[in-house]
Design a protein around this ligand. Sequence first.
Ligand code: PRP
Length: 185
Amino acid sequence: MMRSEMEQDILKVLVTEEELRARVAELGAELYEKFQGKKPLFLGVLKGSFVFMTDLVRSCQLKSDVEFIAVSSYGNSTASSGRVKINHDLQQDITGRHLIIVEDILDSGNTLAFLKEYFLTKGAASITIVTLLDKPARREKAITADLSGFTVPDEFVVGYGLDYAQMYRNIPYIGVLKPEVYAGK
Ligand code: PRP
């Protein structure tokens, strides 16, 4: 079969669609056990989490609601700048809520360190961090996920919501980008 124009930029598949499906089901089951009777708020961190979020909430049949916040590190660089900007803020009061923060990747930890502090100042009762991917090799902040789907090596990963320069989010698996795609950028 012809590879799509996006797939020609992929060096290798890191996590297949089947592996994603199976792991997301496990994460949903763990959250169900932990939050029964607590009506948690799933809080997706856009844009990267949008694919994971839709699969995770459907794999976890809890009484719950969903909310989003959009943040970005400045610029289109492959390395995080350390500065976090809120592009779209919460649209509801989270005072006293049990938050399940849903992230696509925990990398330097700058985004989640910032958000954790931000949500605590907004009055969250508890914060549980769920990340699909964890890249511990690049951590700068002392932050860990409560639940993580897969630990990944320090390679540039895209797909299943993760981008490079806003592209490749719609690839259905996690792949490693060919270095020549971002070389010199
Ligand atoms: C990515 C990802 C996380 C963050 C993780 O977001 O979605 O939010 O980086 O990196 P960190 O641990 O080094 O902070 P990005 O800023 O690329 O925006 P996006 O979600 O819109 O892709």
